[in-house]
Ligand binder design. Sequence first.
Ligand code: TYD
Length: 217
Amino acid sequence: MFVTFEGIEGSGKSTAMRLLAETLRERGFDPVLTCEPGGSGLGRSLRSILLDARTRGISGRAELYLFLADRAQHVAEVINPALEAGQIVLCDRYCDSTYVYQGCGRGLAAEQLRSVNDMATGGLVPDLTLLLDLPVTQGLERAGRRNREAGTTVSEGRFDAESLDFHERVRRGYLELAAAEPERFAVIDAGQAPEDVLLQCLSAVETALQRRGRGLE
Ligand code: TYD
C-alpha cells in the first residue's frame, strides 16, 4: 500500500511519518520510509539544487521538470520495487506537492501538471494521502525554528523564503484537492499533539487497509 504525507512547511509530516512507522513495526509490518525530493540517488543531487536558497533564477517550468525527474527515478528505483514486494511505502511528499506548489504557488496550469506528472510516475497514484493541515503562520514559524536548529536555513530554505501569500495558496490548494478526492485524502489537524496526530493517521491507514481487505491487527 502506498501512503503519502502532504502539508505546508512545518506541518509535522516527518514526525507523523516516523511515529506511524514505529507503530506499524510494532504490529508486524515492515514499512519503507522515503521522501521527495531526494528519495533516490539521483534525487539527492536534485534536492540540493531545488531547495538551496542560493539557487537563483530557475524558471517555474525548469523547477517542475527537476521535481518530475526526481519523482520518475524515485518511483522506478524505490517505490515500485517496494510495492511489488508487498511492503507499505510511507512517502513524505509526492504528486500533490507538485499540484499545489508548482500549480497554485507558481501558477502553472493544473491540467498540464497532471499530464506530465502521470508521464513521470507511469500513473502511480497513492492509495492514501494524509494531509497535515495547519495555519500558514504556525507552519512557517515551526519550519524556521527547525531550520535554524539544524543549521539548514540557506541550504534547504528556498521554499520557506516564499511569501505568505504563496504558502496560503498552497494550503488552500491542498484543501481543494482533498475536497475533490475525499476517498484518497484524510485531512488531519496538525495543530494537535503528535500523539493525537498519530491516532488520526492510524485510523486512516486502518480504513485504507480494510478497503484492501487487510487490517492492522
Ligand atoms: P521538504 O523537505 O519536504 O520540506 P518540509 O519538510 O519543510 O516541508 O521540502 C521540500 C520542498 O519542496 C517543499 O517546500 C515543497 C517543495 N516541493 C515542490 O515544490 N514540488 C514538489 O513536487 C515537491 C515534492 C516538493
